[in-house]
Design a protein around this ligand. Structure first.
Ligand code: G1P
Length: 298
């Protein structure tokens, strides 16, 4: 099997109910960390990893995403006239060329596995990446790029992995480790959102995957699993076993933010704000004074 990964699926059909009322009219993937929508972080990471085709699995009410990735000639003209080259350059990264991007509707919210399956005809018979834009990862070398390198060595299927607190296993896909080789661990089982007492480890799947096309064939016949949803975790788990391609967890370098939760989103906002040279000093000073004020009040 060829190990070049050039296609990525971005499941963006979720309702984002945790962020209501904001998400009543704005897709949650358009919500911004500092000045960049969550989806742009995901796309930038994919491009840096060599992805050439971007497949968004959307749902009703996600039109703003298509507009976001469209060219904006009027806006660009205005900026050009005013000589705002830096802004023009920023806008360039948001443009997708025709044929490079595809939108596929998931008509019913049947789960992550189903969302990925909706893109099956656009994938064909080659390995592909899946990126969940809720998981934002700050890293020197972007996470998917790290995985593409590791995958070139291992083949099989690869999921990003991170140790979580034992009481958090019920929020994640959890890996049952076979051989632990440090950054890479081969996996002998995967469970979606197990209770703490049932979890085979505390090594959790984070939203980056490099998958074999046979996962899509498994999804063809998969029944619903945890939470009554068609789970991607279950389809990946079917890749484990003799004569199968195998599954590897990859402990990436970097800091992951759960931007599907309010507190994760706020933490990411602070972290990305502090990472920006033009904002750092003022934000830092503000945070310090805020904390001093709170400490004094307690
Ligand atoms: C999904 C996956 C889960 C994974 C998680 C990572 O769950 O089903 O296996 O650990 O993403 O963020 P969700 O958070 O969409 O419920």
């Amino acid at each position: 099997m060829n190990r070049k990964v050039t296609k990525a699926i971005f499941p963006v059909a979720g309702l984002g109910t945790r962020f209501l009322p904001a998400t009543k009219s704005v897709p949650k993937e358009i919500m911004t960390l500092v000045d960049k929508p969550l989806i742009q972080y995901a796309v930038d990471e994919a491009r840096a990893a060599g992805i050439k085709e971007f497949i968004f699995v959307t749902s009703r009410g996600k039109g703003a995403l298509e507009d976001y990735f469209d060219h904006a000639p009027q806006l660009e003209n205005e900026l050009r006239k005013k000589g705002k080259d830096a802004l023009l350059e920023i806008l360039k990264n948001t443009n997708m060329d025709s044929g490079e991007v595809a939108y596929m509707r998931q008509h019913k919210a049947l789960g992550l596995g189903h969302a990925v399956w909706c893109a099956r005809r656009l994938i064909g018979n080659e390995p592909f990446a899946v990126i969940l834009p809720d998981d934002v990862i700050a890293a020197e070398r972007p996470c998917l790029g790290q995985m593409v390198d590791a995958y070139a060595e291992t083949g099989g299927n690869m999921v990003a992995a991170m140790e979580v607190r034992p009481d958090q296993t019920s929020s994640y896909g959890i890996l049952d480790i076979d051989q632990d080789m440090g950054a890479v661990a081969s996996v002998k089982g995967m469970v979606e959102k197990p209770a703490q007492e049932d979890a085979p480890s505390n090594l959790a799947v984070i939203g980056r995957y490099i998958l074999n096309p046979s996962v899509l064939r498994t999804l063809n016949k998969l029944k619903s699993g945890a939470g009554g949803e068609i789970q991607l975790t279950d389809a990946i788990a079917a890749e484990i076993g003799e004569d199968r391609a195998g599954v590897y967890g990859y402990r990436f370098q970097g800091q992951r933010f759960d931007c599907g939760s309010k507190s994760g989103f706020l933490q990411a906002t602070v972290a990305f704000g502090l990472a920006r040279a033009e904002l750092r000093d003022e934000l830092h000073e503000y945070l310090e004074s805020m904390l001093a004020y709170r400490n004094a009040a307690e």
